[in-house]
Structure formats: C-alpha cells, structure tokens
Design a protein around this ligand. Sequence first.
Ligand code: MRU
Length: 342
Amino acid sequence: MTVAPLTTIRFTGESLHLLDQTKLPLVEEFISCGDVWEVCDAIKRLVIRGAPAIGIAAAYGVCLARNEQGLLDRRSAIEAIELLATSRPTAVNLFWALDRMRSVANRVPEIDLAASLIAEATAIDHEDRRMCRAIGRNGASLLDGMTAVLTHCNAGSLAASQWGTALAPIYCLHEQGRSPKVFADETRPLLQGARLTAWELSRAGIDVSVICDNMAGWVMQQGKISAVIVGADRIASNGDAANKIGTYGLAVLARHHGLPFFVAAPSSTFDHSLTAGYQIPIEQRGRDEVAKPGGQTWVPEGVDVLNPAFDVTPHELITAIITEVGVIDRPTAETVRNHFAG
Ligand code: MRU
C-alpha cells in the first residue's frame, strides 16, 4: 500500500503556509506567514517543529525578507537569517539551513538574489525528502520482522518532509505491508507523541497505541517492545544525541531490558564542531508549558518548575544511528567519522 505523503510546509513565493501543529489533532488548519517575523514566531510557538522541518521553514522564511522598499536585498536577507537563528537553539538543522542561505546571500549578485534564495530553500526542502526516504529504506532493514517499536515525541512527516526520520522506516515497512505496531510515548509537557505521532500514524493506517511517558518501563518489562526508535535534534561528532526530553531515560530503560535503541537522523542533524553531547545547547522553555497545560493550573503558584526541552543520550546507549548514508553501528567518534568519510 502507498502512504500518501503529508505536506505541512507550502511556500507560494509571497507567503509560507504551515500546518499549525499546536492545534492538532483537533483542528487541521494552515497558518499563513507573510513575513520573517511571523515565521520566527511560528517556529518559537511550535506551530512548526521537529529539527528538519524547522530548518526548511526557516530557509523559506529568509525568502520573505524585504527592505524598506519592499525588496529582497542582501542586507534584509542577512538580517532575516540573524533573526531566525534566535528562534530555537538546539536543532542544528536550523543553523545548517541558515548557513546555506547565508552563503547564497553573500555569494550571488543582488539582481539574482530573490530567485537564488528561493532555489536554495527549495533544494533544502527536496533534499530532506530524499534523505528521509533513504533513512526509511536503511532503517527498514533493522526493524523488519519486529512486532512492536516504541517512539518518543514526533519524528515523522510533521517533523520533516514527507516520511520524517524515526517514523520513515515504519512508513517504508508499511508500504510493504509489514509495519510493526507502534507505541507512542505521549511526550510531556507538549504531547507531541499523543497529539502528533498518533495523528499521523493512524491517518496512514498504522497500528499505534499511546502510552504515558511513565509507562515505558512497564511495557518493556511486559515484553511488548522489540526496539526503541527516536529522532534527534543535534548529534555531536562522538554520536551523543540530543532529542526530546525523556529520550535519555528511554535509552537507559532499553539498555536494562536488552532492547536495541535506534536514533534516525539525516546528516544535517550532525554537528561535527562539537566533540561531545554536553556541548549541545539545551533549550529551556517557559514555566506554563509544565505548570498550566491548556491554561489550567496543575502546579501551585509560586512553585518552581523545570522545563528543559531536550536531553542528551550518551552514544554508549545507542545501538545504531540510521542516516541517509547507511547505519552507524555502535556510534563513537571513529565510527561517525568513517560513516561520513565514505
Ligand atoms: O520540541 P520539538 O517538538 O521540536 O522536538 C522535536 C524532537 O525532539 C524530534 O524528535 C526531533 O526534532 C527529530 S524530528 C525528525
């Protein structure tokens, strides 16, 4: 069976349309961003989220930059890049995409700038589709024959282009009629697993059950899980991987239960400038996401809360990283380097 690709980012030349992920699964609605500030705000508010999708949206966002005369010139493009770089700190795909846009802005004659920036943003978008598809094929061979996998947050179509990263092997196997069942952690505090992963997998006809984050150990102990597969926001050169808060705990649980722990990510998620995961900047988000979900108070006023959006899984706990190039078994600085050296 063919999986109908989900398009969540549409660029018209004059505006960027984003499927509003803050409203899913209740409302399927696109918002329209007419300028770079609106794109920046959409990324901050998680209207669009997931590492590759943030990069793609930001790249198109640069194409909406205008100067006082309403023209896209070099200065307005560079200012847009600088603004967008402040939107979220952890996903390196954002900076990878903005670096590519900056290189075009600095290189191309101003007369060709608008067309060249649009061409580069489109290339970033289309390359991501190809990378996700390749991750799907490479990961499918690892998951083939498994009965059930556990995933965290959302690393699917909504988080990238088309197939996503961690969900790409599942979509690939589903096309062949052999998809494992998926357990989706609800993913506190913003419920990307319950709201988004469950929405997109069920829409594709894939068997998915949502569990609260604190049920993961129990389902593993019950023998219900064959492997864990997650995405990543930034991977250091030694294979340490930052992903949604809670991922590290899952990796520890997986090790305890002897289960493979897979990370799926395109090459744009690797930050080769960092030697280890402790150097990855971790986004700290606002109190209300934890204390007042949906506007309802769950934590007494005046009580402090923590809200780190990501944690880092040490490479020792990762069985393999699946990229568009292939599979990095037992990631270390050496195996990561060899993987990309070809
Ligand atoms: O805060 P979010 O929803 O942007 O966090 C997203 C994740 O943690 C994803 O797992 C990660 O970006 C990989 S997306 C292919």
